[in-house]
Write a protein that binds this ligand. Structure first.
Ligand SMILES: CC(C)(COP(=O)(O)OP(=O)(O)OC[C@H]1O[C@@H](n2cnc3c(N)ncnc32)[C@H](O)[C@@H]1OP(=O)(O)O)[C@@H](O)C(=O)NCCC(=O)NCCS
Length: 196
């Protein structure tokens, strides 16, 4: 098994994994093509990372993150305005989805009482048949090393309130639960911080 930076050619597969594992996330609601383009922009950017764990030609897991997600999202929308618009067009009349998208975009700025790090881990997925073999921990530590190389010593991430196993995993790694965020009605997330 090797861990390597993702390539453009991995992004469709990673988008499918993302949508399969997080079907109710706001980003998944915009469709596989949208998520694929988003991950292609992660690959291109020095301020983000996207690593895959691979055995032979099989992708077993991936992790992504950003030095400053909110700035990246704004740049992404500006740079890919028409692609974003086309992806969002069929959903534009779903006001709940539009509200969710706004919530996601601004959640870092909304939670001002508790100061959260700008750096963020955005996704971590280990394929079901490869879970509980230490892969999630290895990728998490790869992300920590990447942040360290970029002179960052803490990052945040959101975990769906219903993802109890993931919460156990992060708490096992020593992550601290900071707050519960209601991103949209019935869509609660726990915001964790990891310091190193
Ligand atoms: C959460 C996830 C990333 C964990 O990855 P993993 O490779 O299975 O985790 P590891 O094998 O490194 O586990 C390390 C430790 O975390 C804890 N842990 C991991 N999964 C757990 C689970 N399902 N239940 C309880 N504890 C768990 C255990 O203490 C485990 O050590 P142990 O196996 O020796 O008991 C993986 O299950 C996953 O991708 N799930 C689906 C997507 C997801 O929920 N992602 C996170 C959302 S932000």
């Amino acid at each position: 098994m090797i861990i390597r930076p993702a390539k453009n050619s991995d992004c469709e597969h990673l988008a499918i994994m993302h949508v399969n594992y997080f079907p109710s996330s706001t980003i998944s609601n915009f469709g596989i093509n949208f998520v694929k383009i988003l991950y292609e922009n992660f690959v291109k950017s020095n301020e983000n990372f996207l690593f895959v764990a691979e055995e032979g030609s099989e992708i077993l897991a991936f992790i992504s993150g950003s030095i400053d997600l909110s700035t990246f999202q704004k740049k992404f929308i500006k740079k890919n305005f028409f692609i974003v618009l086309i992806s969002l067009l069929p959903k534009i009349f779903d006001w709940r989805l539009v509200l969710q998208a706004v919530e996601v975009l601004f959640y870092g700025q909304k939670t001002t009482q508790i100061k959260l790090p700008k750096a963020e881990m955005t996704s971590l997925v280990v394929e079901e048949k490869h879970q509980r073999k230490g892969l999630g921990t290895k990728l998490f530590m790869e992300a920590v090393d990447w942040f360290k190389r970029n002179e960052i010593n803490e990052f945040r991430f959101a975990v769906g309130k219903n993802l109890i196993d993931a919460q156990k995993f992060y708490e096992h790694l020593g992550c601290e639960k900071m707050l519960i965020l209601e991103r949209a009605k019935n869509k609660k997330s726990l915001i964790y911080v990891y310091k190193f």
